[in-house]
Ligand binder design. Structure first.
Ligand code: ATP
Length: 579
């Protein structure tokens, strides 16, 4: 059934809302929540609406938009929802079985890959006796650097997946490769990878025994808990009579299973999304999953308008979409989108008089643009130079982690900031000291953040009374501290990256900007000339990118080998060749 983004729907039925970009899905969801808060007879004092969304930025936005209504709504990412409602209170009950040191767990983090742990894992591998030809030996795996690096790359792809009803761990074998600077490629053979794969839980346990869990582990343990202890499900149902998930197209299969479990009892479940915007395939999400998602007593709705973009931009989006065409709601003609052919920096500079946000497919392109456009130092360059200049590891790490913690806290994530401080040896695990240290630094931010690193060094020494190794006069390292700006360092912090005008397409998910330039590294515009939003994730990624634009849209390609191939795009785009 078609609805508009300000329509109300019955509050006691499960629902699925499908709508294209800029349709007002988030806007609609917030209204729906307010409607429930005003009219539900099932929301007593201690019961809440759960509203799950994809990123911490989205959590913040939804909370702000709910305003005073947010008290009875728990807005969070699925990981933090499950962590606080299931893992923290109950994981002790299965901890032994998984070698999980539950007392040490302090939140969840991005997956860590530590060389030392991989080494230990291989040394103690449960099927170590089979490490003989054609399987690489322990020595070949541990002592040859290219092999080590290839295994490292492979382990970085570690994920859970369902094998029948059980969750198993697997890695992507195509990533067990290392390419040296001279182009020589080292690839680990399949027999070795199969054997190593058989012990992946032992690898995980090396982290678990220290209480370290990542986001995917939160899903894994939650699933195990819910499967084994039905009373936990009952508690969730009692606490959250309504459970909604925004951006459902990027939900992975474990989350879907958990959501299905939650929906079996009295909780009303609603999912909102757009299968054409599913862009997290590498995490196991796929667009088919959203389309086939079904619950008992579920109403289906569609919103066909686009409230974000000008008509000319919506025309481009519609040219890619087969399932339905979006309607103009703003009904502003706008300018014809432009394909700009030539150097990216020239292209950005040409159109940068109005605020322009660039969206690139890869991080490396974003970094190149930042280096030229923002005249800041490429983050790795700076960290590399710092590492080279300051060989005193303790001092270097103290400075580095202190800045990471300060900037993370300033971005609103105080908990994460305190966690970062654990990496500093004199603060480790001492909550009171950490708190005091961070608070002073935040209170006095202006005293050290406007100029050079030396100011922060002096502040830590003199005001906080932490004695860092002296920086000798006229030494190379003192010169570095006296000449490197604090703000140069800040660029290294990811959360700051989010604020930049130059970002990856994935970072732009859910957001919108007036003017956008998509930066391509080649002239392949297949996603426009031959679009396939159902089967091709790359096409969906560019669809998401283009649909972030409200007013103006540019696509930059470095060259155009075959102008004829773009003939069909002339109605939709203007073509500009740069000198
Ligand atoms: N009913 C409405 N009245 C006024 N403005 C609206 C309404 N619905 C949505 N908007 C505005 O339209 C824009 C797009 O809305 P929103 O971000 O909720 O869309 P979305 O469907 O979640 O987008 P996407 O899937 O592309 O991220 C926003 O600027 C929002 O404030």
């Amino acid at each position: 059934m078609k609805i508009k983004s300000d329509d109300l729907i019955p509050i006691e039925n499960n629902f699925k809302v499908c709508a294209g970009p800029g349709a007002g899905k988030t806007y609609w969801l917030i209204n729906h929540i307010k409607n429930i808060l005003c009219n539900s007879k099932r929301l007593q004092k201690n019961r809440k609406i759960a509203c799950i969304t994809y990123t911490n930025v989205a959590v913040k936005t939804i909370n702000e938009r709910l305003g005073s209504y947010s008290k009875q709504v728990e807005v969070s990412t699925i990981h933090s929802f499950l962590y606080f409602n299931l893992l923290k209170p109950y994981v002790y009950s299965i901890a032994n079985e998984y070698g999980l040191n539950f007392r040490e767990i302090d939140g969840h983090q991005d997956m860590k890959v530590e060389g030392g742990k991989i080494r230990k894992w291989i040394k103690d591998h449960p099927r170590k006796n089979y490490f003989k030809s054609p399987i690489l030996s322990e020595k070949q795996l541990l002592n040859l650097q290219p092999n080590r690096k290839a295994i490292n790359n492979w382990i970085k792809t570690l994920r859970y997946k369902f094998n029948e009803k059980e969750l198993i761990l697997f890695c992507d074998n195509s990533k067990a490769v290392y390419k040296a600077d001279d182009g020589e490629e080292t690839r680990i053979n399949k027999d070795t990878l199969d054997l190593l794969s058989s012990g992946l839980f032992e690898y995980k346990k090396l982290y678990w025994q220290e209480g370290i869990i990542d986001h995917e582990d939160v899903l894994f343990f939650s699933y195990q808990l819910l499967k084994r202890y039905p009373f936990m499900l009952k508690i969730l149902n009692a606490k959250y009579p309504y459970f909604f998930i925004d951006e459902f197209q990027d939900t992975n299969p474990i989350q879907v299973k958990i959501i299905n479990m939650i929906a079996q009892e009295e909780t009303v479940v609603g999912v909102i999304g757009d299968s054409a915007q599913s862009i997290y395939g590498f995490q196991g999400a796929n667009c088919e999953q959203f389309e086939s998602f079904e619950l008992m007593n579920m109403n289906n709705y569609e919103i066909h308008g686009n409230r974000r973009s000008t008509n000319r931009i919506i025309d481009v989006l519609n040219s890619m979409r087969r399932d339905f065409k979006q309607k103009y709601i703003r009904n502003k003609e706008g300018e014809k989108p432009v394909i700009v052919i030539g150097d990216k920096i020239k292209a950005i500079n040409k159109y940068n008089n109005e605020k322009l946000v660039t969206l690139s497919r890869k991080n490396i392109t974003v970094n190149k643009i930042r280096k030229d456009i923002e005249s800041t130092i490429f983050e790795n360059d700076f960290l590399e130079r710092f590492k080279e200049a300051d060989s005193d590891k303790e001092r270097r790490y103290t400075i580095m982690d202190t800045i990471f913690a300060i900037e993370t806290a300033k971005n609103g994530n105080f908990r994460e900031a305190l966690k970062i401080l654990d990496r500093i040896s004199f603060l480790e695990k001492n909550k009171k000291n950490k708190f005091h240290y961070l608070k002073s630094l935040l209170d006095d931010y202006d005293k050290y953040s406007n100029d050079f690193l030396i100011d922060l060094y002096t502040y830590i020494n003199d005001v906080l009374n932490v004695k860092l190794t002296t920086l000798r006069k006229n030494s190379k390292i003192r010169y570095f501290y006296e000449n490197s700006k604090y703000k140069e360092f800040v660029i290294c912090v990811n959360s700051i990256n989010e604020k930049s005008d130059n970002k990856t397409i994935h970072q732009s998910k859910g957001d919108e900007f007036d003017n956008i330039m998509i930066i391509k590294e080649d002239d392949n515009l297949d996603f426009l000339t031959n679009p396939d939003l159902i089967n091709n994730e790359e096409h969906r990624i560019y669809y998401v990118a283009m649909s972030r634009a409200k007013e103006k849209l540019f696509i930059n390609i470095p060259y155009l080998n075959n102008p004829k191939s773009l003939k069909n795009l002339e109605d939709l785009f203007e073509f500009i060749y740069l000198e």
